[in-house]
Design a binder for this molecule. Structure first.
Ligand SMILES: *[C@@H]1O[C@H](CO)[C@@H](O)[C@H](O)[C@H]1NC(C)=O
Ligand SMILES: *[C@@H]1O[C@H](CO)[C@@H](O)[C@H](O)[C@H]1NC(C)=O
Ligand SMILES: *[C@@H]1O[C@H](CO)[C@@H](O)[C@H](O)[C@H]1NC(C)=O
Ligand SMILES: *[C@@H]1O[C@H](CO)[C@@H](O)[C@H](O)[C@H]1NC(C)=O
Length: 448
């Protein structure tokens, strides 16, 4: 008996360990490549890297000059995430090109890219592919009002105290929405970003007194190219295949020196950014969806026009190591044939698995139109992964014997033919039984 219990406990523990291995902290894998100028330079970022290790990532720190480092081998990713802390290196790994990085992201890899005033051409071109345009070489972000104040008066005005960052809700944690939150210290280069780009989220921008200018120039010389809120410091990007990329104009932002700076929020900020980019939070997924006839509860091969159907979808969101129900009031269903014929907001309903999923339900009346329709839930919200669920469904016309005997729309015609028949009978009756016309006599009189 005791032996059996031991076996059971052991197998449970083994199963748990195995699950633990499979369910890494990140949804998309735990292999992280960290590129630094030299392996020893990783010491500068030890707090950040330790926090990644502590969160269950398997980190490979490599020198940017190590030519055997590749992101993909024969089209297969060798890492799940890459963090580039070597912005000035002209060459990265095995002569990695912009194309290698883009194809890594296309394959679902996530990237954290950092920059500095001496950003290499490679980093600049790579950022441009995502709509992030870095300032010219040799420029820096300067703020004569908001910067890290030294005790003596030799403060560095390029060590900008930015923040509080804009509310980028799912990317940054709630504490940053508070107007009195601690600043994030930033030393580096600014970038332009397209505010209307729905895939790009700006999470840290300049304040009214922040500007970008060549290092050592006088601000009055007209050298200022970017200032205020238009000046991007850190932006994040989510591609259509839900890969995530972060652009930080400052590698120093991740350094131990600034993470341990008193009164700064760099620690929380870098944790938030890396958790978002490495798919540890705000990851949305559809676990199941179904549609069926409301009357029978069955899903036929094809529907008939104007059928009443039920559409349901289950959504989960990942954060804090587990899947949770995703609750929202704006999940919409569409029935599309070239144009949407129906667009209805789904109501949340009782879930079959309330711990991990939320279920959305809609009672839909199909259009009075036959053809091949697409039932679609296309859910895209800032900071969350995209959910796009499509089903191609045939909607057929009614069979000849499925039409109703009398159509209500045709009642005027039924009535008009009835009225016609009755009128004809009445006319006949009137003609047949009416008295002899008097005109006969008058004709007789005339002939007489
Ligand atoms: C270069 O990278 C490879 C793997 O990518 C690793 O095995 C090797 O130790 C690295 N070389 C140096 C000098 O770090
Ligand atoms: C690196 O790649 C560039 C273009 O992508 C090419 O011109 C150059 O010759 C390559 N260098 C090496 C050492 O492979
Ligand atoms: C002034 O502050 C700078 C930067 O914080 C420091 O390097 C320098 O030693 C300080 N000088 C004095 C006299 O305290
Ligand atoms: C959602 O619920 C409201 C109120 O009960 C109802 O009027 C609406 O038709 C429902 N929406 C769908 C798509 O079923």
């Amino acid at each position: 008996m005791r032996f059996l219990t031991t076996v059971a406990v052991a197998s449970l523990a083994f199963g748990g360990a195995w699950l633990g291995v499979v369910e890494a902290k990140s949804v998309s894998g735990d292999r992280v490549l960290v590129l630094v100028p030299k392996v020893e330079a990783a010491k500068l970022y030890s707090q950040f890297l330790d926090s990644l290790t502590g969160r269950g990532f398997d980190i490979s720190v490599r020198a940017a000059t190590n030519t055997s480092v590749a992101l993909q081998v024969d089209g297969v990713r060798t890492y799940d995430h890459a963090v580039v802390l070597s912005p000035e290196s002209k060459k990265l790994g095995a002569n990695l090109s912009v194309r290698d990085f883009v194809s890594f992201v296309d394959d679902g890899g996530n990237l954290v890219l950092t920059a500095s005033s001496e950003l290499s051409e490679l980093g600049r071109k790579l950022a441009a592919r995502f709509g992030v345009e870095y300032e010219r070489r040799g420029t820096a972000v300067i703020d004569h009002v908001a910067h890290l104040r030294a005790i003596n008066d030799t403060s560095d005005h390029t060590l900008v105290a930015a923040g509080p960052p804009k509310t980028a809700a799912p990317v940054l944690s709630k504490q940053f929405a508070h107007p009195q939150s601690n600043p994030v210290y930033f030393k580096g280069i600014a970038h332009k970003y397209e505010p209307s780009n729905p895939m790009l989220i700006s999470v840290l921008t300049g304040s009214r007194t922040t500007y970008s200018a060549p290092i050592g120039s006088d601000a009055n010389e007209g050298a200022i190219s970017l200032s205020g809120k238009a000046l991007g410091l850190v932006s994040v990007f989510q591609t259509r295949n839900n890969a995530r990329v972060a652009f930080s104009g400052s590698a120093a932002l991740f350094s131990d020196a600034l993470l341990s700076q008193e009164g700064g929020a760099n620690k929380q900020f870098t944790t938030d950014i890396s958790q978002w980019v490495l798919q540890e939070k705000a990851v949305l997924r559809e676990t199941a969806h179904r549609h069926y006839l409301a009357s029978t509860g069955e899903r036929p091969e094809h529907y008939r026009i104007s059928n009443e159907i039920v559409y349901e979808i289950d959504l989960s969101v990942y954060h804090d190591d587990a899947w949770h129900p995703y609750n929202s009031k704006d999940v919409q269903f569409e029935a599309i044939m070239l144009d949407p014929y129906i667009r209805a907001t789904l109501n949340s309903t009782e879930s079959t698995d309330p711990k991990t999923t939320a279920t959305y339900h809609g009672d839909i009346k199909l259009p009075d139109r036959y053809g091949t329709f697409t039932f679609r839930v296309n859910y895209k919200r800032t900071g969350y992964s995209n959910v796009d669920v499509k089903d191609t469904v045939g909607i057929w016309p009614l069979r000849h014997d499925e039409y109703p005997r009398f159509l209500s729309a045709a009642y005027p015609y039924y009535i008009s033919s009835l009225v016609m028949a009755v009128g004809f009978l009445a006319l006949c009756a009137a003609w047949m039984w009416s008295a002899e016309p008097k005109t006969k006599r008058t004709t007789k009189q005339k002939s007489n």
